[in-house]
Ligand binder design. Structure first.
Ligand SMILES: C[S@@+](CC[C@H](N)C(=O)[O-])C[C@H]1O[C@@H](n2cnc3c(N)ncnc32)[C@H](O)[C@@H]1O
Length: 274
C-alpha cells in the first residue's frame, strides 16, 4: 500500500505576513470593498484610486467579467474543472460559487502567492470537497501542476479551464508570461480552455498610469506591466479564440443594459484548445 498523501501539508502559517508591506491581493480586496486588508494596503489603494478613480471600478468590472466567463464555461460549455491562478482574496462571486451554482460537482483549485488570500480561501473551502487552495507562484507551472492537492482534485486527462484573471500584468517580460501560459496549457488536453484578463495601457492618460504603476511597484515590490491587446493576442496563437475575441472586458458577453466604458483599462478573452 502506498503512503497516503498528507494533503494538509505543508501547513500554512501566517507568521511571514508583514502587515506593513502592501500586497496586490489585499489592495485589490480593498478596491472591491473587502475586509482582508491592512492599513498599509488601504493607504496605497486609496492613493492610487485618487489618481485613477476608474481603477476600483475596473476591479469590480473584472470580477463581473470573471463571473460571466465561469458561468459560460460551466453552464454552456460543460466544463467541470477549473484552475484559478492568481485567485486573490475570496470575494463575492468566487469561481467555485459561480461554477457550483450551475454544476454542484464542479472541482476548483485556487492558487495564489499571497498567504492571506490562501488562508482565507482555505477557511472558506473547509467543508467543500473538490475545492482546494494552494499557496504557490504561477511563475512555476511545474510546481503548481505537480502539487498533491491539484493532483488529487483535478484530472488533467479531462478538460480543464485555466483562469488567469488580472494576474499576468504582475509578471514582467523577463518572467516570460507567454511561456507561463504555454506551460499551463500544454499540461491540459484538447477541449480545455484558457481565460485571461489583463491591464492595458491607459490611452487617455498614460502618464498618470505610469506614475501609479511606479508608486505601486515601489510600495509592493511588484511591478505592474500594462500590455497592448496586440501583445496579448500573441498568447492565444495556438488556441481557438472564442467570440467575441480579445476585447475590453465590458464588451465580453455584456450584461444587457451595461454600457461599455470609454476607458476600461482591462482586456480579456476566452480561448479553446483544439
Ligand atoms: C488583482 S488580483 C486578481 C484576483 C482575481 N484573479 C480576480 O481577477 O478577481 C491579482 C492576484 O494575483 C496574485 N499574484 C500576483 N502574482 C502572482 C504570482 N506570481 N503567483 C501567484 N499569484 C500571484 C496576487 O497575490 C493577487 O491575489
Amino acid at each position: 500500500m502506498t503512503d497516503p498523501v498528507d494533503l494538509a501539508s505543508p501547513a500554512l502559517t501566517l507568521s511571514d505576513i508583514d502587515p506593513n508591506k502592501p500586497s496586490p491581493a489585499r489592495i485589490y480586496d480593498f478596491w472591491l470593498g473587502g475586509s482582508q486588508n491592512f492599513a498599509a494596503d488601504r493607504e496605497v489603494g486609496q492613493r492610487i484610486a485618487e489618481a485613477m478613480p476608474h481603477l476600483p471600478i475596473a476591479a469590480r468590472a473584472n470580477r463581473a467579467f470573471l463571473s460571466r466567463v465561469v458561468h459560460h464555461l460551466v453552464a454552456d460549455l460543460g466544463i467541470t474543472q477549473l484552475l484559478d491562478l492568481g485567485s486573490g482574496v475570496p470575494a463575492a462571486g468566487n469561481v467555485h460559487e459561480v461554477a457550483r451554482a450551475h454544476n454542484p460537482e464542479a472541482n476548483v483549485i485556487y492558487v495564489d502567492v499571497d498567504s492571506v488570500a490562501i488562508a482565507h480561501a482555505r477557511s472558506l473551502l473547509e467543508d467543500l470537497p473538490g475545492c482546494e487552495a494552494i499557496l504557490a507562484d504561477v511563475r512555476s507551472p511545474a510546481t503548481v501542476l505537480g502539487h498533491p492537492l491539484l493532483q488529487a482534485t483535478l484530472d488533467l486527462k479531462q478538460p480543464v479551464a485555466v483562469l488567469m484573471f488580472a494576474v499576468l500584468h504582475f509578471v514582467p517580460d523577463e518572467g516570460a508570461p507567454e511561456e507561463i501560459v504555454r506551460d499551463f496549457m500544454q499540461a491540459t488536453v484538447s477541449g480545455s480552455y484558457l481565460a485571461i484578463s489583463h491591464g492595458v495601457p491607459d490611452v487617455h492618460d498614460p502618464g498618470t498610469q505610469q506614475d501609479a504603476a511606479d508608486s505601486y511597484a515601489a510600495r509592493t515590490g511588484i511591478p505592474f506591466v500594462a500590455r497592448t491587446p496586440e501583445q496579448l493576442s500573441t498568447w492565444f496563437t495556438d488556441l481557438e479564440l472564442m467570440p467575441p475575441g480579445l476585447v475590453s472586458i465590458d464588451e465580453w458577453m455584456p450584461e444587457p443594459l451595461v454600457e461599455p466604458r470609454e476607458n476600461p483599462l482591462i482586456y480579456g478573452a476566452l480561448a479553446r484548445k483544439s
